[in-house]
Ligand binder design. Structure first.
Ligand code: AMP
Ligand code: GLY
Length: 413
């Protein structure tokens, strides 16, 4: 089989790493890929949202299977376009991707089908939003209603913070011109529940947890994720069963009832609150960086799974019992302004899996080329050992413009 993977981050590197282990695969392409992916796949200089060029490439090169990583490509309708040309592709249609691309769609769906989530209201104009916020208990959660790379969410501790966030989102169009979802603040540990979904069939992956804040102790601004680990000792079998039966399965069924059946990875961003497990958000794809700790634990052939989900047959999922912890190395300044182009040295000394998130090759050097740059994953019998190993390996990497957290997995170790 010839396989094309859309995207060029750590998630796609982990997906390609898994695909490369399949005996059915003879050739892998990545668009656009990165310097790490280039060791496993041929990288194409095509943007992940350039749907027409990607369709033409897949058609002309007789690609047997395309797998989509990023939400922007899904929201651009890449799956619809491939299917219209008779090309096999793993991922949800544009209509089904709304579960991620529109917070209002997701919240309205959950309300209509009794899927547990925080109470909310949607506003498109600043003055009514501000009026409502003044009657809300603090903290209050303000979410820009669109794709904002994990940065469109503000948890306002007081009215001043709420006011300036509302101004950013509704008056100054900081993320674009759109609406705001104002939500009740929930408390409890968060976890990521990714499932392969094909219509009304839902096949769970092992649980993982992301670390959204930039600095140790969960301090600093929200990011796209600074590290992850799997499994999660604080989520019981009963919790997992509840999440499957009361959240993921009903959501898959609701998508069918709404006329946009889901095919791909449905990601439940869930919280174990004092009042039970509730949905924080849904994503329509593999999570990043969760994928970089979940797929290294997958022992089944991932190409068989993609094929089964596309065909509506039953995939076999088997997992390594060992624990995985991974640490993001990010450019100094991320998630705000940062510079690129710094040389990364000693990568060859790292004695565990390194996924590239944002790198580029320049002559014989690997240089930083994004906000999140590398992801170092370690597997071990316990989370504690995995964390020690990951921390030790990260310390070997030499680059003057990178920072990382040293407490990944603190809730579990
Ligand atoms: P989201 O992009 O919707 O996942 O939100 C980003 C992060 O903000 C989440 O991972 C949570 O940590 C936090 N968050 C979002 N919604 C809520 C909520 N209703 N209550 C508490 N924290 C929230
Ligand atoms: N780790 C959260 C996400 O992929 O959006």
């Amino acid at each position: 089989m010839k396989v094309l993977v859309i995207g060029g981050g750590g998630r796609e590197h982990a997906i390609i790493d898994a695909i490369s282990k399949s005996k059915q695969v003879t050739k892998i392409y990545a668009a656009p890929g990165n310097a790490g992916i280039a060791q496993l796949a041929e990288c194409l200089p095509i943007k992940d949202t350039d749907v027409d060029t990607l369709v033409t490439f897949a058609y002309n090169h007789a690609i047997d299977l395309t797998v989509v990583g990023p939400e922007l490509a899904l929201a651009a309708g890449i799956v619809d376009a491939f299917e219209a040309h008779g090309l096999r592709i793993f991922g949800p249609t544009k209509a089904a991707t709304q579960i991620e691309s529109s917070k209002q769609f997701a919240k309205d769906l959950m309300k209509k089908y009794d899927i547990p989530t925080a109470d909310y209201k949607v506003f498109s104009d600043y003055s009514s939003a501000w009026e409502y916020v003044q009657t809300s208990p603090m903290p209050v959660v303000l979410k820009y209603d669109g794709l904002a790379a994990g940065k469109g969410v503000v948890i306002a501790e007081n009215l001043d913070e709420a006011n300036s966030a509302l101004k950013d989102m509704l008056q100054n169009d900081k993320f674009g011109h759109g609406q705001v979802v104002i939500e009740e603040f929930m408390t409890g540990p968060e976890f990521s529940f990714m499932c392969f979904v094909s219509g009304d069939k839902v096949y769970p992956m092992v649980l993982s947890q992301d670390h959204k804040r930039a600095f140790d102790g969960d301090k600093g601004p929200n990011t796209g994720g600074m590290g992850a680990y799997s499994p999660l000792p604080f989520i019981t079998k009963a919790d997992e069963e509840f999440a499957l039966q009361k959240i993921m399965l009903p959501t898959a069924k609701a998508m069918i009832a709404e006329g946009c059946p889901f095919k791909g990875v449905l990601y439940g961003g869930l919280m174990k609150t004092p009042n039970g497990i509730k949905v924080v958000e849904f994503n329509a794809r593999f999570g990043d960086p969760e994928t970089e700790v979940v797929l290294p634990r997958l022992t089944a052939d991932i190409v068989d799974i993609f094929t089964a989900i596309i065909d509506g047959t039953t995939p076999v999922l088997t997992w390594d019992k060992r624990a995985a912890i991974g640490i993001v190395l990010a450019s100094k300044g991320y998630p705000n302004n940062y510079e690129k182009g710094f040389e990364i040295k000693n990568l060859d000394r790292v004695d565990t899996t390194v996924y590239h998130m944002g790198t580029k090759r320049e002559n014989d050097k690997i240089i930083t080329n994004g906000g999140r740059v590398l992801f170092v994953t370690a597997l071990a019998d316990t989370l504690k050992e995995a964390r020690e190993k990951a921390n030790a390996e990260v310390a070997k990497i030499d680059c003057e413009n990178l920072f990382y957290r040293t407490d990944i997995g603190w809730q579990a170790t």
